[in-house]
Every structure is written in structure tokens, then in C-alpha cells.
Design a protein around this ligand. Sequence first.
Ligand code: AMP
Length: 400
Amino acid sequence: METTPRQFKDLGLSAPVLESLEKAGFHHPTPIQEASIPVAMADNDLIGIAQTGTGKTLAFVLPLIEKLQGIDGTRAVILCPTREIALQTHAAIEKVGAPLNVNSVAIIGGKPISGQTNSLKKHPSILVATPGRLCDHMERRTVNMASISFLVMDEADHMLDLGFLPQIRHILRALPKDRQTLMFSATMPGEITRLAEQYLNNPQRVQIAPPGTAAVGIEHALYMMEPQYKREAILKVLKEEKESTLVFTRTRLDAEWLSRLLAKENHSVEAIHSDRSQSERISVLEGFKNDQFQILVATDIMARGIDVKGIAHVVNFDIPQTAEDYVHRSGRTARMNATGRASTLATWVESHFVEQIEKLLGFQLPRKHVEGIPVFEETPAIPVTPFGRAGTRGKRVRLR
Ligand code: AMP
């Protein structure tokens, strides 16, 4: 865990919160916490540009806990892209806030709405919600948005990727204008900037590392090949792997197919994707955290919610389609001070994704090849032509 030498008390937090933090095992702030907490404590709106794994959850949770101590009623909403992230945020609030009577309830899809309605009647301090389910409650009038003074949008770019913009706008319109808004995002695409311009009030921007910088301590490897060799390649790449490994596929079907294939090869493996029920996903994530199996095959949608320490190897069975996703996926290994590996299989038609990733990272991904699989030799990229992007051409050379 990369923390700063600063003390939490230097950031304007009170004695009870400091005590609760100590008890929870947090001794020094991470850089994003050091930069964000004083801004939020001074009642400013904030745009925090940070990836998961940087400690951004506590960066917004601590100021909320601080401000909501001794205050009755539901005062804060935290919007999260996925149920998993919502549950992790809820757990963080419970850990530090519960001893101070600041509690939260997770308002997420896949759980009975009636149980949530009952929890809402108890007026928890903070609602940690996925946008769709919060809108359902708004429609049923089981939440009162008029009392909300704090809004956090966590992983705003991810929420937009998932198509939540209409729900987010609906929620923003229902909230009192007189509120504090904190927005966290790993990237700042134009839509996020526009959302911030429209709904945040003179926000301060906090950025701890240039966007797209991959965590240090990651050993990258790129395997270029023709598509028909991917199956054989993934089996070989994983054959000797004994440590905890996260494999990404582009589609749910591939996640299922690959997990079955790996199971047949005697790997202990599970799959997580949006077709699985919420309880299944939770138990798979718990199992992975507790080392009950070695390989987890996941789709992108699930990537950002996976906060598991000790993942030694992230393998992209399919190359991510944006450079930011590459950073997010590989950021699941080498969390904080640890080291890890990120391996990617790519086919020549995907060369332009490789270029984008390398441009964002600022270095070339080291090329490796799998024994017995024809080496794909790349030739320099052909620039964009008036007829579209030509991509990188290459030729295949058979190994003896
Ligand atoms: P996040 O980026 O919020 O998902 O946090 C990543 C991990 O870092 C979580 O497991 C947190 O419990 C942990 N963490 C966050 N802040 C600190 C801190 N100040 N000291 C030690 N661990 C932390």
C-alpha cells in the first residue's frame, strides 16, 4: 500500500474519526486521500481523477463520515457503477463509520426491493446506490431526495460506459441544488467534463497521477498471434501458473467457454459476468478473495469492482478495446506496492488497440511468444489514410 508520510489528522479529520481509522488499520493517507480530503472538508465540489486501487473510496467516504456524525436522516448518496463496487463502498463505510453511528444501505439491483424499502425507512445516513435501482426507488417514492446534501459519483466514466447517463441525469435533477458534489473518474472523456460543468459548482480538480498511468511494479507481456492459436496459447500461458490469476474475456459467452476449458485442464477456476445472479457473483468474488480457487475469468464490466489483494497475474484473453481499460485491467495486479504480471493475447487485426495502449502507457509492451505457436512478426504501423485506418500489417513465420 503506497501511503504518504502525512497523518490523517493533518487533513482536518476529528478525533473520533481518527480513532476509528486507527482501529480499522489505516495509519497514513494515500496520495488521493491526502489531496481530496481537505478539499471535501472545506465544502468544495471536487473532481478526483484516480483509478481503483488508489484508496479513492476512503477519499470520499471519510469526509462524509466526518460531516454526518450526529446528524439524523439520510443525507448522502453515493452512486456506483456496479453492485460489487457498491457493496465494497458500503463495507468501507461500515468499517469506519459504524462505530460513529454513520451507517449506509446498499441500494442495488438483484436484491428484493422490499428489504431495501424497509432499510430506507430507518433513514440510514448514506445510500450507496447503483443508478438504476435508485431510480426505481425514486419512482416508488421510497426515497426522499429532498434531504440529500452530499452526492458522490464514483467511477463516473464507468457509469457512463454502462449507459447510466439518463438515470444519473434524472437523479441529479431530483437532488437539491444546494449540495456538495464529489465526482471520481479514472478518465475524463468529454461527456464527463460536460456533466461536471452542468452539475458541479466550481469544482476543484485533484489528480494524483497522469490519467492512464499503469501501476508501477507490473511486468507487461504482449503475445501477438493469429486468432486460431488463441485457445492453445491461453492454455500454455496458464499451464505453469500456480498463483492467483484473473483472466479477462470480451464477452460473457467466452468467459463461460474459457472457464469450462480451463476446468477440463484441471485448473481450479470460476467465471464472473453479468449473466450470473448477484448472489453467485458475490460468492465467486468471496471465493477468489479467500483463495478457494486459482483462476477467475471475468468480463470487463466486472473488472473495476474486483478489489482482491494478491492477484499475481492478469491475463487479457482478448485485448481491451480502450487503452484506459487496459490500465484498469492490469491495475488489478500490483495493487499498491505489490508486483504482478499483465499478459495480453492480441491478433494482428487488433494492432491499433496495441498502439493506443502503448501511446497511453508511454512505452512499448514487451513482445513475448508462446512456445510452439507461430511467431507473428509485426511491420511498422501504416498511418491513417483517407480510406480509414490501415492498422499494422504483419506476416506469420512458422517455427521449426
Ligand atoms: P480503493 O482504491 O478505494 O478501491 O482502495 C484500494 C484498497 O486500499 C482497499 O483495499 C482499501 O482498504 C485500501 N486502503 C485505502 N486507503 C488506505 C490507507 N490509507 N492505508 C491502507 N490501506 C488503504
